[in-house]
Write a protein that binds this ligand. Structure first.
Ligand code: IMP
Length: 430
């Protein structure tokens, strides 16, 4: 049986929700392996809209096991809230359908405060984060002062962990002009929320390995996009986790050999939220049109997304760093009606041609796009369910993208409706 990793191959918001939902119907286990409640997935099932940001998408489908892996940073209060909202919508969530890795680090209220204080106070350091405390929580993880799910089970352990964390945070807060943390209040808050989290705590690495041995299909659900990867993204304008497919293994505790297929989700044009370089960005009527037609507003923050032409250089690079076997190409219909389309096929940096994104931030910012023009199409591609329903120029566009990124299309999505999908290769096929 195949296990599939789904990753965003651009800056996030590629339309992963629909594809993950489509695949989760075929999977037995759905696992989140990085990020936190900075993600935003909207699922429409039988006309009902579900909004998820922390829980794996499989949670809304009965009979599946949803797993939050250790690679995630977990805000326990958000977890409880998201579970309550879904329950109100009729979704059944029990320790049999949801498991949280015991070694998952927690996001505390101080992480959100720190995140927002940094973003508002100092324009030099501004990343344009979601303000959810993601970065500070990961800092504590690698700084070995995080409070993890398992620490909630024992008061004495929790107190020691909190003291360790606060030795760092109080010093930092003094520097930022924030009041010191009320230690006892924080411990009380954590003890209060503890039972609601511990109910779902499990040795996820063990469960997943057993499921794998039993021949169950596991879907690893990535959040954000590969260009926000802490190592391979547009650093420092990135999120604080590894987003690329290799993280599915370390973020859950399953060996890399368990990954049989990596599906990269790729939007037919490019968007990004927040600060940072964006070579193929459009600040003109075409960019405006992509944003309007594509409804490019952030699910979590409501921010307007920056829009640009498809950048084949970036996607070729992210397909390589994640070892993408096939892509799900989304939102092709947003390009309907453009007379001419452009694809970024290379960069120029100080007069030198480049076929990859350089690493240094200043060089990334100075790159200018080299475009190739393709004829557009006037017909609608929305809702197409076979190649025969697509205009010839739309097929040419897709084929050119495949050539440039050196990766085949496995799925083509032509509307938010789950069945408006052209299947070329089933990622779960043996
Ligand atoms: P953080 O993850 O909140 O620290 O934000 C860091 C960067 O990642 C910012 O540019 C955010 O806009 C971006 N980001 C975080 N989560 C998402 C997402 O789910 N979609 C798109 N961008 C995201």
């Amino acid at each position: 049986m195949a296990n599939v990793v789904v990753v965003g191959a651009q800056w996030g918001d590629e339309g992963k929700g629909k594809i993950v939902d489509w695949l989760s119907e075929r999977a037995d286990v759905i696992a989140r392996f990085q990020g936190g409640h900075n993600a935003g997935h909207t699922l429409v099932i039988d006309g009902k809209v579900y909004k998820l940001s922390l829980l794996p998408s499989g949670i809304v489908r009965g009979g599946k096991l949803s797993v939050i892996g250790n690679g995630v940073v977990l805000d326990p209060w958000h977890l409880v809230k998201e579970i309550a909202i879904l329950r109100e919508q009729g979704v059944e969530i029990t320790p049999e359908t949801l498991m949280v890795a015991e070694n998952t680090p927690l996001i505390l209220p101080i992480h959100g405060e720190l995140d927002r204080a940094r973003e508002s106070g100092n324009a030099v350091a501004k990343i344009g984060t979601t303000g959810r405390g993601i970065g500070p929580a990961y800092e504590d993880k690698v700084g070995r002062r995080a409070i993890r799910v398992a620490d909630l089970a024992d008061r004495a352990t929790l107190e020691t962990r909190v003291d360790r964390a606060l030795a760092h945070h109080d010093a930092l807060r003094r520097g930022l002009g924030l009041p010191e943390v009320d230690r006892d209040a924080l411990i009380a808050q954590l003890l209060e929320i503890a039972p609601s989290v511990l109910e779902y705590a499990a040795p996820v690495w063990k469960v997943l390995n057993e499921k794998r041995k039993a021949g169950k299909r596991i879907l690893f659900e990535g959040a954000q996009g590969s260009l926000l990867d802490i190592d391979f993204g547009t650093y420092p304008f990135v999120t604080s986790s590894n987003v690329i497919a290799g993280q599915a293994a370390t973020g859950t505790g399953i060996g890399p050999g368990a990954i049989d297929f990596v599906l990269g989700i790729v939007k037919a044009y490019t968007t990004r939220v927040g600060e940072g370089p964006f070579t193929a960005e459009l600040n003109d009527a075409d960019g405006q049109r992509l944003g309007e037609r594509g409804h490019e507003f952030g699910t979590v923050t409501g921010r307007k997304r920056r829009c640009g032409w498809f950048d084949a250089v970036l996607v070729r690079q992210t397909c390589a760093t994640s070892g993408v076997n096939g892509i799900a190409f989304t939102k092709l219909d947003v390009l309907d009606g453009f007379e001419t389309l452009k694809i970024c096929v290379g960069y120029e940096l100080d007069g030198v041609a480049l076929d990859y994104l350089p690493t240094a931030a200043d060089q990334q910012a100075r790159c200018t796009p080299v475009y190739e023009e393709l004829p557009g199409w006037s017909e609608s591609t929305e809702g197409a369910r076979s190649w025969a329903e697509l205009p010839a120029n739309a097929i040419k566009y897709v084929r050119r993208v495949e050539e440039l990124i050196q990766c085949p299309v496995a799925l083509l999505s032509t509307s938010p409706e789950r069945d408006d999908t052209i299947l070329v290769t089933d990622p779960f096929a043996d």
